[in-house]
Design a protein around this ligand. Sequence first.
Ligand SMILES: Cc1ncc(C[n+]2csc(CCOP(=O)(O)OP(=O)(O)O)c2C)c(N)n1
Length: 555
Amino acid sequence: MKAAQVLMEILRAEGVRYLFGNPGTTELTFLDALPDSGLEYILALQEATAVAAADGYAQASGTVGVVNLHVAPGVANGLSILHSASRAKTPLIVTAGQQDSRFLFQDPILAGDLVQLTEQFTKWCYEIRRAEEAPAALRRALTLAKTPPTGPVFLSLPMDLVTHVVEDSGAPSPHVATRSLPDPAALRTAAETLAEAKAPLIVAGDGVARSDAVGELVGLAELIGARVYGEPVYRRTNFPGDHPLWRGGLFPSAPGVRKALNDADCALIVGASVFTWFAYAPGEPFPPGLIVIQVDDDPREIGKNYPVTRGIVADPKSTLVALAREVGALMTDAQRAAAAGRAAEVAKAKAAYQKVLTATADGDRDRTPISAAFLMQTLARVAPDDAVIVDETASSIRYVLGYLPFKYPGSFYGSKTGTLGWGMGAAIGVQLANPGRKVVATIGDGSVMYACQALWTAAHYHLPITYVVPNNASYAILKIGMLGMGLDSAKRGIYPGMDLVEPEIDYVALARSMGVEAERVERPQDLQGVLEKMLAASGPTLVDVAIDRSIRPAL
Ligand SMILES: Cc1ncc(C[n+]2csc(CCOP(=O)(O)OP(=O)(O)O)c2C)c(N)n1
């Protein structure tokens, strides 16, 4: 078979269903093998959107996402999202056609060093030099992408080489068992610490979701009566949002984390970076004397920026199962009673906070323009219980995280690095991976414009995504940041390059032009009805919600 056919056969045998991409001349010889491969091509109209869709698919399906890009310009377009995928540790196979190897030396049009382009965002990147290498290279790429720490890999496929006939079985990559067990002695020490802790706290990172360990983390948290925070930039459902022990995300600065950790005697950090901040602030996140136990399947994360007391490199799920078993065996009746008392206290505090949230949004009920709090509260009321939220709302994300329930694993996805242009496309992949669940993409008006062509893909493949756009005709988060930094221009009320006005963008016309049903809402009393109608549609929809434009410094 031609190398291209063998590559498609390997992907099919691997269980890959979709090839996301945007084609050009250098991909034609590879795509020639697609029609009989059993794979479905998902066309995105810009490469960043193709990578985002593959990323969303991989995260939501728990399998590898595969995307094919167009030589140097296409790969360059995809890099913004590859950056996010590498931070999110998404198992992704990124391939690109390369110019014909017989004249690559001559710098033909579109050619470039694709390996160099992708190097810093991949676990492995390689350009095929001989057709015979291609099958083994793809199997190696698949193995590397899937094994912890998971992540993107890149393969460059010169367009002439994939037409050569090669001998290969077309077998998939080997099945690899990755549920590594923790070291027994380390486990014992950690269990003793947790059993004895008087004020334990858990930080849940996205590695919990990647390891499919939400249930196991809930079990351990309940056992030891620990309150649970999300790592500062969490973008997955690592703990049920409606659980009484869930306290939301840690503030992404050292003083913010310090405040939350101050009265704890022991912190268990699972599947999280220690730590990823948003903006610089001096200080240390860990109070002196705090015992910190960190579990991760990626050794690079252990004590990455701040020293921890004990690190355990192992699969989070297996470790949590083993920890719960050992802690359970060690705990005395008195310790169990104390844990139950702590859990009740945390639940009380959470219920009080929940009341404040509800009162805030209720208080906005009659306000025009609509507040982000009221928008997200209303969305939470009308969206299906198991809706999947794909978010890129910048200044509104705290309302998304505050009001939507995120009860079940796989209910929330966001861009791990704040790369705009991720959410529009990611929603496509998330919906393809979840045909039975409603995907709601909450995307800021500024963010929509980085990848608005995703609307066409949603329409073309009849994906019932509802895009909800909190529209403040500005880059509000940047304005808030500028004001918060006390910069002179902001004090004068001047925000250079942060207003999307003159003209304001007509998102309804934009969506309709690509076959997506859309409506604008300006009055709070219309919101629920329009959302209900759009959520019930069988195809993709967009709701453009005019929200409050006033700028207040962040809390
Ligand atoms: C690719 C990329 N370009 C620029 C930015 C900088 N940036 C961060 S947030 C933001 C504004 C987002 O605006 P919008 O989606 O309307 O949300 P809002 O801030 O109004 O809530 C910008 C431009 C970025 N994060 N990523």
